[in-house]
Design a protein around this ligand. Sequence first.
Ligand code: PEP
Ligand code: MG
Length: 328
Amino acid sequence: HEEGLSADLRDLRDQPAKTPDGTRVRLFANVALLSDVASSLGSGAEGIGLYRTELSFMLGERFPSEDAQYRTYRQVLEAFAPRPVIMRTLDIGGDKSLPYFPVVEENPSLGWRGIRVTLDHPEIFLIQMRAMLRANAGLNNLQVVLPMVSAMEEVEAARALYERALRDLRDEDVDAGRPPLGVMVEVPSAVSLAPILAREVDFVCIGTNDLTQFLLAVDRNNNRVAGLYDPLHPAVIDAVYRTVRDLHSAARTVSVCGEMAGDPAGAVALLGMGVDSLSMSSPRLPRIKKVIRTIHRRQAEELLHRALAMRTAGAVRSLLDEALELAG
Ligand code: PEP
Ligand code: MG
């Protein structure tokens, strides 16, 4: 993507993502495959904010072995060390299926997916967790995030498996450290649980793609209703803002890793909420850095409060786009 960048954006790569009034926002890359790693490094990402492990599972003909997973995760962690890498446990189901593990359901978005699958198959979860933890040994830049959490029991069960993997590895004399464990907030129930989640986990990543889908009851992959799908819908902005406030009240960091983070208008709203980091596909990163270096935090807060009082996504988008245009 290097060729596509203007000289202006290329120069930005080594500049900090800091607003003119001094707020630092960390910018991370979303990564799906090893082949994304080089471009992410080149974009100036400060780490990986979301490594979607399921993509490498989708390429094979069977579940990858612990050693095969270890090798992949090790390469990703090594490429970014000492910068943090947030690895998500297997997030299949919904629109993402494995050819060797068919799941047929009437309503897959609301079905057996994400953490629900791996808690029903703890052996899959444990093998992946062991591979991640082994890969972290000596590097210590791993963070683990759980997808599609909708209830506290899931966090408790996943944490128990994580502790078991750590214990087993300690018995094998592997020093995997104790990587932070976080959850994705991408289901409306997790928004309501945010104050409780904050006490149980080390960090939270807000997944605005699924959160938008579930809050608006709009299938994110259905073209017929695509016109209704908008992360700038006032209800989505309100839910994200509540989550950020609840997490910050408990001194937890919050990142946003859905597409909203890589959309200039969305990034302004998130800046106004005081989100600690934004994670996006790496080609979007220079543009978002430019937005952050242009818009004052104070202005973003004012815009957010005006947006929160608006009635439609269209009105919110016009407000934010106009502000971006005026700022240059
Ligand atoms: C999300 O839902 O916002 C997210 C980041 O995860 P994915 O797009 O992989 O579902
Ligand atoms: Mg998701």
